[in-house]
Design a protein around this ligand. Structure first.
Ligand SMILES: [Zn+2]
Length: 476
């Protein structure tokens, strides 16, 4: 039984591990060097007392002559700079070899270091799961292992290992993508997001595959360099050697020119177009609602005043005598109030009707966007144009703007596999850089790395796992 790597332990049951590799003799804990020192902390917690720890070589055989090694005292080692353990020393039993050895913990601790490798990888591993401040990561380790690792050390470990960790994951991801047969489809979502790091404004440009949700390209550039030319360059660089057929974007005036130059189909996001309309309409509806509220309160007041007058003059019926000046004055006031209340009621009707009209047309426009065929879309669009004259002015101006873009709003019905919205990319942004995290990063590199961690998570979950799910379903 010669064990050289940690992996081989997987073949053992927990019972066997305690039989072969971990021995407890009274207060003495003897561990073979294939077992992580993390176990010391766990066992001490379980036993509720500290243990004297001796690490021994798992084989106890001379690597030069294969002879048995004889024990030859122990050597102190300060694990994690705070925990004294001992390493078994050996001498080869073969008289013609006589080599000296000390148990090596290289599997868990880098040569010449005291902290476990695990500590050094902890910041990166945790960051790959979710955003955590470095101060919190150092607190977690210090609490669990009774150490005093500073936030700066954690940051240093993070910087030291992040790139390598990410690259390893990327290698695996690209390998898995190839195995799963995921290729660029030709139809992509494009959008950008803006973030601020210290005083620098950055634009994050993204291309997401409309078919398989793979992120084919992402780039952070300073806002000063963000323009039609740089977007175009980003797209052509990213899609170099890959099919480029159509782009789904929101309605920004930089995009049509790019699509024209690249000779590709341009689809405008319906969700954004609907959002534009809702913004306009809601502004008006809210303003009208405020007016309605004000008028309803005023009407109530006037009606109260009329009622009061009516009560006062309850017993005086019929014509009022000319000489009854006091009564005449009251009567005039009542007339005036009634006139006022009629006007307010008319205004209320108009305001409510206007809001109703806005909602009516909004629903018609929404229905048009939901059309499943080009013919239905065109019919609904034509109906709107025919009834435009009677519509509220907000609707008229919206439809006028829409007319110029109607082609770009129907490409999803003319061609296969073009989505009608940019929601997939909106969702990606929401997941990979939350609004509340946008201002947290102190360096561009920090933001880059966070985005990269999140992107890898996103691809594993939404591209690779999605593919597997689909395959499972088709098998059933
Ligand atoms: Zn030897």
């Amino acid at each position: 039984m010669r064990i050289t790597t940690r992996i081989s332990l997987v073949l053992y049951t927990l019972e066997e591990i305690f039989k072969y590799f971990v021995l407890i003799e009274g207060d003495k804990l003897i561990i073979k060097n294939v077992i992580s020192p993390s176990l010391i902390y766990y066992l001490e917690e379980v036993f509720g007392r500290s243990l004297e720890v001796v690490y021994r070589d798992v084989n106890e055989i001379c690597p030069f002559c294969n002879s048995k090694l004889n024990k030859n005292g122990t050597q102190k080692f300060l694990l994690n700079k705070n925990r004294e353990i001992r390493k078994q020393k050996y001498v080869c039993s073969n008289k013609s070899c006589v080599k000296y050895f000390t148990t090596s913990l290289d599997g868990f601790i880098y040569k010449g270091r005291n902290y476990m490798k695990f500590f050094m990888l902890y910041p990166v591993e945790q960051s790959s799961i979710a955003y955590k401040p470095f101060s919190l990561l150092s607190e977690e380790l210090n609490h669990k292992y009774n150490t005093r690792i500073r936030r700066e050390t954690i940051y240093h470990y993070f910087r030291l290992n992040a790139r390598e960790y990410l690259d390893e994951v990327w290698e695996k991801i690209y390998d898995d993508l190839e195995k799963a047969g995921i290729e660029a489809s030709g139809v992509y979502h494009y959008d950008e997001q803006f973030l601020k790091i210290r005083k620098e404004q950055l634009a994050r440009l993204t291309l997401l595959d409309a078919q398989n949700h793979m992120i084919w390209g992402e780039k952070l550039i300073p806002v000063e360099k963000f323009n039609q030319e740089s977007i175009k360059k980003f797209i052509t660089d990213t899609m170099h050697n890959k099919p480029l057929v159509a782009l789904v974007t929101d309605d920004d005036n930089k995009y049509p020119g790019i699509c024209l130059e690249l000779e590709i189909i341009h689809q405008l996001c319906h969700f954004h177009k609907m959002q534009n309309l809702m913004d306009e309409i809601n502004k008006k509806i809210n303003r009208n609602n405020r007016k309605i509220k004000y008028r309803e309160e005023k009407l109530k007041k006037i009606q109260g005043q009329i009622e009061k007058i009516n009560k006062k003059t309850k017993n005086k019926k019929g014509r009022i005598k000319k000489e009854d000046k006091k009564h005449q004055k009251i009567n005039n006031k009542r007339k005036k109030l009634k006139r006022e209340s009629r006007t307010i009621k008319q205004e209320l009707r108009e305001l409510k009707d206007y809001n109703k009209q806005l909602t009516y047309y909004k629903d018609k426009i929404s229905l048009m966007f939901k059309s499943k065929t080009l013919k239905t879309f065109q019919n609904r669009y034509n109906w709107l144009l025919d009834h435009k004259k009677e519509a509220p002015e907000e609707i008229i101006s919206y439809l006028n703007k829409l007319t110029k873009k109607i082609d770009k709003l129907t490409n999803h019905l003319k061609y296969d596999n073009i989505p009608s919205t940019n929601n997939a990319l909106e969702n990606f942004y929401g997941v990979t850089l939350k609004e509340s995290h946008k201002k947290k990063y102190k360096t561009t590199e920090g933001a880059h790395l966070r985005i990269e961690f999140e992107k890898q998570k996103y691809i594993k979950r939404n591209v690779l796992n999605q593919k597997q799910e689909k395959e499972k379903i088709t098998v059933i």
